[in-house]
Design a protein. Sequence first.
Length: 160
Amino acid sequence: MTFEEYAAARLPALLRYATVLTGERALAEDVVQEVLVRAHARWRRIDEPESYLRRMVVNEYLSWRRRWSRVVPHASVGLPPSDAPDHPTSHADRDALRAELALLPRRQRAVIVLRYYQGLTDAEIADALGCSPGTVRGYASRALATLRVSPRVHLTQETR
């Protein structure tokens, strides 16, 4: 499969993955664009493009802030409690979850996204991040503990 065919077929999935990882559509587009430019140059040497590009996206995301310092702080707005979940509420819950994930350190966030969005095992996550499975479990444990004590997460869970 040529690079152009692969990019045309998998670009939407890569963008969705990067958006979940970064929490911002514009940043996800920048990360994916950078990854695809670098992958194009060595396309013939890539054996498993799916896992290779997924790892490239994670690495690019983890190094993005150090390189460009593009994180812009913004105010967060609390969600009002509701009795019955409806379509807007599900979107609000999703936005609240994204806001909570954005508070996590980058490696912890990457572990949570790889585990719960991509459905990867600890060994696969360790391979993607270049660390040991024990380190992955440590990151996941700390991330979940942080999310559990967050007051906004509790508000979201109480509204259901």
